[in-house]
Design a protein around this ligand. Structure first.
Ligand code: WTA
Length: 663
């Protein structure tokens, strides 16, 4: 049955390279007039008042863009606002009784919670009061090490309310990763939870949090623990550990006046992987970021207040920050959160949720779509998905086959699909089709959004011809951009700007942002993103630094040297391949492989688990001693290795290749 359907789909859609937005969508789209591209170009940077106008400001800004000190751009300067007031208070009159968050727990259909705007507002106020009581002041970084429980967005908004930046650490990261991030941010407060549910089991998260806390090298004044597991898990509470439930109960009915923040004041930090072993603390601000999240949610995701919008990402990553919490709530819509995995209890869980809650939009990752395809159409087919109006993808390239499957089997050929390219650093979407305006081309993210000058360039910084591969760049700043790397302006410049900018110049035209992605562009200006060109790999849409993994591996006793690369993987997009040289006397056997894998899980988390560990006597190196990573990638991908004669040790390549094939 499924095969027949696939054949039919293949035949009808396979050759189609262009899809018009469905008429029914265009008729109601938030943005349906294509003149917006020209208008924004002409009015730049003034066009961005349209994004800022989506927010309520305490104090109007006097300058849209201050570009006097590139690349330290400032947006909406002179203005002030509060993010939590924008996401909650201003909706109370009209939408107080409407759902702000629909939370779905993993275990059963009954394990769910609805927060109206009124209720969310109340609990955010209570927790904000509790944080204050614990001594959290303006600009103190509060770390959250939390899974998908409603208290995570509540804690984020409570921080925003009192002007304390949050730093959310993905719950799937290891204890070490938590400690590294708390140390880097000098964060003295942690909000965590006892645990959560995954594929029917409960995970004892608090133990991991405690282990992480032991690695923090300054004093942590308070730890707040949300009770998710009840009696299922009994864990010790130290003197400075507080039950979340007690804290908010003590503050019942508290009202906390939202702190007026300057537009450029920090809203949050998010640590992300880069080319070195040390994660980068990406700094986002209140005015620019929130405007960007709101404007892109409105124009790309087509969110309206009466929608029920479902993004299946985790709030521990930037997608959840911008497109579960800040963008949707700023627009006053109903945003959904799901605690668990899409295959529990059955492989139709997402479709079950979409049907039950009548979701209008679904925003997910290509890696999930590849899994849905593999599981088969019977799962979505057994549900009524007709409430869906728009589909989106993010995090990695989506191949045309997966795109078409999504379009047909989830969208019923009736929903536009937006393939959105962006990064932690960009704050929100950058390259994608405006769904009510532009045709879609499967496999290509689309043109840059209006008001952006995104170009694909060669190594000299000159624009490449259509069809040629080059490097993605942003030639002009935008409101949602990162402002710097926390406490590290130098690294901000060297990571993102040095490559294509004249760093001695004060002229903003001489500054070019480089996101470290390869791309190509077609005759219509549609951009196809090819993937990272640095040592960052993308496993199931999760960004991991190869250097971080390597440093975990060389930390294992008995390892002399290691190189980690990303190899193509059918389901994950990319998978981690580790090439390891052992010290003399250390056997490269299955037990040692296990030890290495465990070390990676300890240092980073299960997502970084190597797909294969290949023991080798040598690594392919250039004559100057640099490891040839590309070659190792090609070996992992079984690609033609070309000329290896420039290597210092060409024979080793054959050895490694033979070993990979054996595994
Ligand atoms: C990749 C996630 C192709 C890209 C929002 C980028 C994509 C990195 C797409 C950022 C897309 C994201 N097509 N590649 N639509 N979206 N990427 O910071 O390599 O976790 O640089 O942000 O994901 O990952 P990050």
């Amino acid at each position: 049955m499924q095969e027949e359907q696939d054949v039919e789909l293949e035949a009808r859609l396979a050759d189609q390279e262009r899809f018009e937005p469905p008429e029914s969508f265009v008729e109601q789209a938030n943005v349906a007039d294509g003149s917006v591209y020209e208008e924004f170009e002409e009015e730049w940077p003034g066009c961005w008042t349209q994004a800022a106008d989506l927010l309520d400001w305490d104090e109007e800004y006097d300058t849209v863009l201050d570009d006097s000190n590139p690349p330290f751009y400032e947006w909406f300067t002179g203005g002030s606002l509060n993010a939590s007031a924008n996401c909650l208070d201003r909706h109370l009159d009209e939408r107080g009784d409407e759902a702000a968050i629909e939370w779905v727990g993993e275990p059963t259909d009954e394990d769910n919670r609805t927060f109206t705007y009124e209720e969310l507002h109340r609990e955010v106020n209570e927790f904000a009061a509790a944080l204050r009581e614990l001594g959290v002041g303006e600009d103190d970084v509060v770390t959250m090490y939390m899974p998908m429980v409603p208290e995570l967005p509540i804690a984020m908004l409570a921080c925003a309310r009192i002007g304390a930046p949050h730093s959310v650490v993905f719950a799937g990261f290891s204890a070490d990763a938590l400690a590294t991030r708390m140390n880097a941010a000098d964060s003295e407060h942690l909000v965590t939870t006892d645990g959560y549910y995954r594929r029917g089991d409960h995970l004892e998260h608090k133990a991991k949090a405690d282990e992480g806390l032991a690695g923090v090298d300054h004093e942590v004044s308070d730890v707040v623990v949300v009770d998710r597991l009840g009696d299922a898990y009994d864990h010790p509470m130290a003197d400075n550990h507080h039950a979340y439930g007690d804290l908010v109960a003590e503050q019942a009915g508290a009202a906390v006046e939202p702190v007026s923040r300057d537009a450029e004041d920090m809203l949050f930090l998010m640590y992300t992987s880069g080319t070195t072993g040390q994660p980068k603390g990406v700094k986002h601000t209140t005015g620019g970021y929130l405007s960007w999240a709101a404007w892109t949610s409105q124009s790309v995701l087509d969110i309206k207040p009466e929608d029920t919008y479902f993004c299946s990402a985790d709030i521990g990553w930037i997608t959840g920050h911008s497109y579960i919490v800040y963008g949707p709530l700023a627009l006053g819509t109903t945003t959904m959160m799901y605690e668990g995995t899409p295959d529990y209890p059955e492989k139709d869980r997402l479709w079950d949720i979409v049907e039950e809650y009548e979701a209008d939009q679904l925003y997910t990752a290509p890696t999930a779509i590849r899994a849905f395809m593999k599981w088969g159409t019977e799962y979505p087919d057994s549900h009524d998905l007709s409430s869906l109006r728009l589909l989106g993808t993010v995090g990695e390239p989506i191949n045309p086959r997966a795109w078409k499957w999504y379009y047909k089997h989830i969208g019923g050929e009736d929903c536009p699909v937006v393939d959105t390219w962006w990064q932690t650093e960009t704050g929100g979407m950058m390259v994608t089709t405006l769904p009510g305006v532009k045709d879609m081309k499967p496999g290509s993210a689309g043109p840059p959004l209006p008001g952006l000058d995104v170009q694909v360039v060669d190594t000299n910084g000159d624009e490449v011809e259509p069809g040629e591969a080059g490097y993605l760049t942003a030639q002009k700043p935008w409101p949602g951009m990162l402002r710097t790397l926390y406490n590290n302006d130098e690294r901000y410049i060297s990571e993102y700007w040095e490559e294509y900018s004249d760093t001695d110049s004060d002229d903003p035209d001489d500054w070019v942002y480089f996101p470290e992605d390869g791309a190509k562009v077609d005759e219509d200006g549609y951009i196809t993103v090819l993937g990272r060109v640095d040592d960052v790999i993308n496993v199931s849409g999760h960004r991991l630094g190869t250097m971080e993994i390597e440093s975990a591996i060389v930390g294992v006793e008995g390892v002399a040297e290691a190189a980690v690369v990303g190899g193509d993987h059918e389901m994950k997009g990319e998978a981690v391949y580790a090439y390891v040289i052992t010290e003399d006397g250390q056997e490269g056997d299955a037990a040692f492989e296990e030890e290495i894998v465990a070390a990676v899980e300890d240092a980073i988390g299960p997502i970084a688990r190597p797909e294969a560990v290949v023991f080798t006597p040598e690594l392919p190196k250039t004559r100057s001693g640099k490891i040839m990573r590309r070659l190792l990638e090609d070996i992992a991908n079984e690609e033609d290795l070309g000329d290896t004669s420039t290597l210092r040790n060409p024979d080793v390549v054959e050895d490694i290749e033979a070993k990979v094939r054996d595994d």
